[in-house]
Ligand binder design. Structure first.
Ligand SMILES: NC(=O)c1ccc[n+]([C@@H]2O[C@H](COP(=O)([O-])OP(=O)(O)OC[C@H]3O[C@@H](n4cnc5c(N)ncnc54)[C@H](OP(=O)(O)O)[C@@H]3O)[C@@H](O)[C@H]2O)c1
Length: 296
């Protein structure tokens, strides 16, 4: 008889995320083991408990999910978990701290249904945060040029170095001081897409600047907390056409984000060797989009 699907939720916050727990159960997880406030030193012991309790033939029914609000802490936990594993005692691992991977993948896939990413230029505002960094990385790896926007050039520069460390061609990444209106307008007037990835409740782009940017084909605002990150985009907008531009709000992107999150969790149980980070979840998202297109 198949062993029940157990997901071990390693969360870096003081309370393991309820959101991630609900998605796990909706994705078919039969038993959820939650650990909160997890530090890198805790990981080895926790992962050993997953590796040695079921025989290698059953380890595809045990998996690890790393979450919490800090992506940097999550990355350290996921790396420690990965380093603990060895053949044949492996379990699959997924990292989606702060929903950053699933959200970034969904945002770029929404854009890609209206424009060719290869050869395109995009502006990413709030690009220094975990979601923005991943959006930049996905766009650049798809063959686009990306203005990496921050309130300060120093942070934009630091972020470009960090993104380049994740195997991205730095030539594709351009610094943008987003509070310099002339620089922002020049970047927008050159671009086919803008992504607002600023902190919750922060307005990054007023309507007037959006309207002036006539080359934009897509505008995506990931902030769900009023005021909108891009003035004039509704939180529920999902490919709403406005003068030849397709607009998405946070909840408009959220449906695909949820599908990617859920499908990623479900895929952990197909094998005991999977490691899902940004690129792997993007691949899962592409598959969802391709099947949806085929079905409609
Ligand atoms: N739809 C979903 O499912 C989903 C999931 C996760 C996140 N989100 C949303 O996605 C967005 C990005 O998330 P995140 O965690 O990456 O964001 P974050 O780290 O909180 O902030 C991103 C960037 O926003 C800029 N920023 C912060 N405060 C600002 C202010 N007062 N004025 C102007 N800029 C400011 C900062 O960049 P600089 O200091 O470099 O300017 C910061 O690095 C958020 O709005 C979040 O709520 C949505």
């Amino acid at each position: 008889m198949a062993k029940p699907k157990i997901l071990i939720q390693l969360d870096t916050d003081s309370h393991a995320s309820v959101f991630d727990a609900v998605v796990a159960i909706d994705a078919g997880v039969e038993k959820l083991l939650q650990y909160s406030n997890v530090k890198p030193d805790d990981v080895r012991g926790l992962v050993h408990g997953a590796m040695y309790t079921r025989g290698p033939g059953d380890l595809n029914n045990t998996a690890i999910f790393v979450g919490g609000s800090s992506v940097a802490h999550g990355e350290a936990i996921a790396a420690a978990a990965r380093d603990t594993l060895f053949d044949p005692f492996r379990v699959s691992i997924m990292l989606d701290s702060n929903g950053a991977n699933s959200t970034a993948a969904a945002a770029v896939l929404c854009a890609s249904s209206h424009m060719e990413l290869a050869g395109s230029t995009s502006v990413v505002l709030g690009a220094t945060g975990p979601v923005g960094q991943r959006v930049c990385r996905i766009l650049a790896n798809a063959g686009g040029r990306v203005y990496v926007g921050s309130r300060t050039l120093e942070r934009a520069k630091e972020t470009i170095l960090q993104i380049a460390n994740a195997n991205v061609d730095p030539e594709r990444l351009l610094m943008l001081e987003s509070e310099d209106n002339d620089a922002l307008e020049a970047a927008l007037s050159n671009s086919q897409a803008v992504f607002a990835c600023g902190a919750a409740g922060v307005r990054l782009l007023p309507t007037i600047q959006l309207i002036r940017a006539r080359s934009l084909r897509v505008a995506i605002d990931l902030n769900a907390v009023p005021p909108a990150g891009i003035e004039g985009i509704g939180v529920m907008d999902k490919g709403v056409e406005r003068s030849g531009r397709y607009d998405y709000g946070a909840l408009g992107v959220g449906g695909l984000k949820m599908k990617i999150h859920k499908a990623s969790v479900a895929s952990l149980f197909e094998t005991n060797t999977r490691f899902l980070d940004c690129d792997e979840m993007l691949t899962i998202g592409k598959d969802i989009v391709a099947r949806r297109t085929f079905a409609t």
